[in-house]
Design a protein around this ligand. Structure first.
Ligand SMILES: NC(=O)C1=CN([C@@H]2O[C@H](COP(=O)(O)OP(=O)(O)OC[C@H]3O[C@@H](n4cnc5c(N)ncnc54)[C@H](O)[C@@H]3O)[C@@H](O)[C@H]2O)C=CC1
Ligand SMILES: O=C(O)[C@@H]1CCC=N1
Length: 272
């Protein structure tokens, strides 16, 4: 399967790294990227062939659009006459399949995917929604690509993509924010930076490993740490008093709203 990425930034890089480590041949991948330094980096790191946007697209089975949502219209219009029947897959937040299909001149083989950056270490999770015209064979090809970089969740209703984007697409950033905060807290307790990092990383990794292997749910595991009248109780009370849980829920609602807003804003653009 020949795959061309249009856009070789952070998310494309994570997918490429994941695919190659799962046995996809570098010679079957191609990246279109305007930034010469980034092209060199991808070529060096993965042995990939790359090209600038003004060069013709190579023959491909799948073309993955991995540019910013605001860049996608122009990029899609440039790519449209060169697709030659390839499956078009977009990872752009917010952009709906009918919008991309229109930008591609009424192209029917369009799939929308919301991956996340742990794809790089095959620990991603992707939400997928396919346009009606996408065949079972194409869906199987998408499954093969995405299963090699993590778990796959097929969506029946495209509106669910906004929630997926808010939870798992953006989600790694929330976890990194928590890790950063725990590290800062360790520094505030007087630990040196390397120890603060180790304490935060090992605690998060250990808690995740325990949660993944345990029959207990997360709430039960939390209660098992929380001794009555002890230290954890004091900390959790402080978090509850600051409405940390409600803030996390509100933050994800803001992200989902932004995804809908991007979809509306870019979908209104009917000049394709
Ligand atoms: N970063 C993430 O965690 C995730 C990002 N996404 C989506 O992936 C898309 C890309 O995001 P990132 O990789 O984070 O952004 P990025 O800014 O790292 O990558 C975009 C790349 O597109 C390149 N580019 C600009 N104009 C181009 C053109 N005409 N032709 C080809 N390439 C061009 C840029 O030079 C850049 O390297 C966005 O639409 C975003 O919504 C989806 C899921 C997660
Ligand atoms: O922040 C963004 O818009 C993209 C989509 C999900 C993760 N990064």
């Amino acid at each position: 399967m020949k795959i061309t990425f249009i856009g070789g930034g952070n998310m494309a890089g994570a997918m490429i790294g994941g695919l190659i480590s799962q046995g996809f041949a570098a010679s079957d991948l191609f990246v279109v990227e305007p930034d010469q330094g980034r092209r060199n980096q991808l070529a060096q790191e993965y042995g990939l062939a790359t090209g600038a946007p003004d060069q013709p697209l190579p023959a491909s089975d799948v073309v993955i659009f991995a540019v910013k949502p605001q860049q996608l219209r122009q990029v899609a219009q440039t790519a449209a006459p060169q697709l030659a029947g390839a499956l078009a897959l977009s990872i752009a937040a917010g952009v709906r399949v009918d919008t991309l299909s229109r930008w591609l001149g009424g192209y029917a083989r369009v799939v929308r995917v919301m991956p996340n950056t742990p794809a790089l270490v095959q620990a991603g999770i992707s939400g997928v929604f396919a346009a009606e015209g996408v065949s079972a064979e194409d869906r199987a090809a998408v499954d093969r690509i995405l299963a090699s970089i993590g778990k796959v969740v097929w969506l029946k209703d495209e509106s669910e993509m906004d929630g997926i984007t808010a939870i798992s697409g953006s989600g790694p950033a929330y976890v990194f924010y928590f890790i950063e905060s725990l590290q800062a807290a360790a520094r505030a307790q007087g630990f040196a930076p390397d120890i603060a990092r180790e304490l935060a990383y090992e605690t998060v990794a250990g808690a995740m490993k325990l949660a993944a292997q345990s029959d207990d749910d997360a709430a039960t595991l939390r209660i098992k740490v929380t001794s009555k009248g002890g230290t954890t109780e004091r900390a959790i009370n402080a978090m509850d008093n600051s409405q940390v849980r409600a803030t996390i829920i509100a933050a994800t609602q803001a992200a989902a709203a932004r995804s809908r807003e991007l979809g509306d804003e870019l979908g209104r653009d009917t000049e394709a």
